[in-house]
Design a protein around this ligand. Structure first.
Ligand code: CP
Length: 317
């Protein structure tokens, strides 16, 4: 595997999880693989988990790591070709990317949807320029449409905690004060569609995701009905995707917050969220603090997912 931008690139998901559990059991077994190899992590957006877990994964593999926060200390970058650069942007991405590529062996990129153009976001214009112009393997640390390292960690976590072969997994929209991209729900849906789990997506009318990601999931507009018998509840906010509402907030309805009463509808489900999470908007304090909350082991598995992917990329060099 050279580039990693979608969980589909892992191939068979059960084999990928088996590799990940092997990495988790023996985190320092591949130290030679990364010796004298440098990972450059480029952040166009903030991060806590991705930043730390990917760095830890690279260190476990014996790699050196350098980090660039594009918006803190670097020249302000122009991303559109053909622009007359007489404003505040001093450097073009088309020079910056190959220069970055010359300093490293592998590049991780975080570049969220900007909600300025649905086409630009869904064409992954920033991530694809890194793939095209860096000359190095590139992996997504969350891009405009997908967050595959998160999804891989989510599936590893479900596999570790499931008590039946085919658990019912419910991804539920929940309210949030800001407009958030669809990358996490898109990617989660893409990943769960690679498993044989029962999969239900629930959200208010107007929050339909791209059909490409929804795949075989059952979409249920009644959250209570969707949660009945769930084994895993995956909460996430996202802004509207369809039509002219792209990027807009259509609802702040806190009756969609995942509460103790909502969890009582489930089969004593585990609660999951990728974090960071807005307490008492997305989920109540008591649910996220309950013994059925998996948010911490889920975040810890981000090291495992990143290390498994980086290992495959290193093997391709
Ligand atoms: N879940 C996740 O990607 O967290 P960060 O945004 O903190 O990296």
């Amino acid at each position: 595997m050279r580039n990693f931008t979608s969980i589909k690139q892992l191939g068979d998901i059960n084999e990928a999880v088996a590799k990940a559990l092997e990495v988790k059991a023996h985190p320092f077994a591949d130290q030679e693989l990364g010796r004298n190899k440098t990972l450059l992590m480029v952040f166009f957006n903030n991060s806590l988990r991705t930043r730390l877990s990917t760095q830890k994964a690279a260190l476990n593999l014996g790699m050196n790591v350098i980090v660039l926060d594009v918006n803190q200390g670097a020249w302000k970058l122009e991303t559109e070709r053909g622009v007359i650069m007489d404003g505040d942007k001093s450097e073009h991405l088309l020079e910056a990317i190959p220069v970055m590529g010359s300093f490293c062996d592998v590049i991780g990129v975080r570049s969220f949807a900007r909600f300025e153009s649905k086409q630009a976001d869904y064409n992954e214009e920033i991530l694809n320029q890194f793939i095209q112009y860096s000359g190095k393997p590139v992996f997504s640390m969350e891009a405009a449409t997908r967050h595959p390292l998160q999804t891989f960690a989510d599936i590893i976590t479900i596999e570790e905690h499931k008590t039946k072969a085919r658990p019912k997994v419910v991804m539920t929209w929940a309210p949030h004060p800001k407009s958030l991209p669809q990358a996490v729900p898109n990617s989660f849906a893409e990943g769960i569609n690679m498993t044989d789990y029962e999969f239900v997506i629930t959200h208010p009318q107007g929050y339909e995701l791209d059909d490409e990601f929804v795949g075989n999931a059952r979409v249920e507009y009644d959250q209570d009905k969707a949660l009945e018998g769930a084994d895993f509840v995956y909460a996430k906010n996202w802004a509207a995707y369809k039509g002219d509402n792209y990027g807009k907030i259509l609802s702040y309805d806190r009756s969609w917050t995942v509460s103790k009463e909502k969890m009582a509808l489930t089969n004593d489900a585990f609660f999951m969220h990728c974090l960071p999470v807005r307490r008492n908007m997305i989920v109540t304090d008591e649910v996220i603090e309950s013994p059925r909350s998996l948010v911490i082991p889920e975040a810890a598995n981000r090291v495992v997912s990143a290390q498994t992917v980086l290992k495959e990329i290193l093997k391709s060099l």
